[in-house]
Design a protein around this ligand. Structure first.
Ligand SMILES: NC(=O)c1ccc[n+]([C@@H]2O[C@H](COP(=O)([O-])OP(=O)(O)OC[C@H]3O[C@@H](n4cnc5c(N)ncnc54)[C@H](OP(=O)(O)O)[C@@H]3O)[C@@H](O)[C@H]2O)c1
Length: 339
């Protein structure tokens, strides 16, 4: 089978590897599509800490069809269309409340475990979930990381109610899903972007209010003004240190900041006094469990929600796909068609 292998940091090679076969409790998936996350770009460069050591197959997210099952498998059967769960061993949570030893094993696919830029992969049957019929493999491949992270912030950990106001930042994979899920829950969405062209697209997928954060650096103030001065109920924070001050400015007394990303910096000043005085809740989000993934897939199937795919590149063009994502030209998800 063909596989892209990260031989050493910065060095990706297309290789012919032996196709794996499933043991008891495992399934063989013919991978059809992958999607890129910001994490994958860092992982290739060696900028994601010491978690993963090459060689390994990069890219966390993927979808395909079950081509063979090992003895004892009951969760799926050959022919089923599936996605692979980001944290293969975090089945449901938060288990630690009941059992102090039950910290979920949160080692993802795409480093340290082999990821999805390969034609076949063997996974534990507990690590795959059947996808809704209306999704293409590329659309489904957007779900395990970016989709589930947004779902966790907006739905699974929700502090909002229908009619509340949610801010999304930029037009990357997580933020576009956050907009879609917030609309699904009946929330009003204020969406930001640095591009007027992308703002037109944000409106087309349901943004109620849009703000250009480049031409309006005080976008937090503008978002608050758009709520009549009350403040927004939730900010889905992907900018990190670069956006936190404006996010706090935007948020109402008692509102929630869902801390997801670091696109604008991983460390910076924390305006503690404002957080205290405004009774704000800072909620960390780290993707989600397999149980959350299943719940999200069920909701997407019911609503027939379509992930927003910017471009799908063929597998041999993995470098072009990564360059496209690095350039920040995308709206939604960048995919790779495998095989
Ligand atoms: N915690 C978790 O479990 C988890 C899971 C997935 C991702 N993440 C993190 O979440 C972040 C977003 O990931 P992604 O895959 O969605 O990224 P992405 O697709 O690469 O998002 C890029 C877009 O974000 C916007 N952006 C960049 N810098 C910004 C800033 N300073 N302020 C506001 N918007 C900005 C830009 O949108 P415009 O072009 O429209 O301006 C840019 O095109 C990353 O830091 C990633 O590591 C965390």
């Amino acid at each position: 089978m063909k596989a892209v292998v990260l031989e050493s940091f910065g060095k990706l090679e297309l290789r012919d590897l032996p196709a794996p076969s499933p043991a008891a409790g495992q399934v063989l998936v013919r991978i059809r599509a992958a999607s890129l996350n910001y994490r994958d770009l860092l992982m290739v460069k060696g900028g994601y800490g010491s978690l993963a050591k090459p060689p390994f197959v990069p890219v966390s997210d993927g979808a395909g069809e079950v081509s063979e099952v090992g003895p004892g498998v009951t969760r799926v059967k050959p022919g089923d269309r599936v996605v692979m769960s980001f944290f293969q061993k975090w089945l449901a949570g938060p288990a630690q409340r009941l059992d102090p030893q039950a910290v979920p094993d949160k080692a993802p696919l795409g480093g340290p475990h082999d990821g999805t830029l390969r034609e076949f992969g063997v996974f534990d049957e507990q690590g795959v979930s059947v996808i809704p019929d209306h999704l293409s493999y590329e659309e489904a491949a957007c779900l395990p990381c970016a989709g589930l992270t947004a779902w966790s912030a907006v739905v699974a950990q929700a502090t909002t109610e229908p009619g509340d106001v949610v801010v999304t930042q930029g037009t990357g994979g997580v933020s576009v899903f956050a907009l879609q899920f917030a609309k699904l829950r009946g929330c009003r969405v204020i969406a930001t972007s640095s591009s007027e062209e992308k703002i037109t697209r944000l409106k087309a997928i349901g943004a109620d209010v849009t703000i250009n954060y480049k031409t309006t650096p005080e976008w937090g103030k503008a978002a608050r003004a758009a709520t009549g001065g009350r403040g927004v109920d939730q900010v889905v924070e992907v900018g990190g240190a670069g956006t936190l001050a404006q996010s706090i400015r935007a948020t109402r007394f008692g509102g929630t900041l869902s801390m997801i990303g670091v696109l604008g910096g991983a460390a910076g000043e924390m305006p503690v006094a404002l957080i205290v005085m405004n009774n704000l809740r800072l909620q960390g989000v780290t993707v989600g469990s397999r149980a959350d993934l299943d719940q999200m897939l069920r909701a997407i199937g019911t609503a027939r929600l379509k992930p927003v795919v910017d471009t799908a590149f063929p597998m041999e063009k993995w470098a072009d796909a990564m360059a496209h994502m690095s350039a920040g030209k995308h709206f939604g998800k960048v995919c790779i068609t495998v095989g």
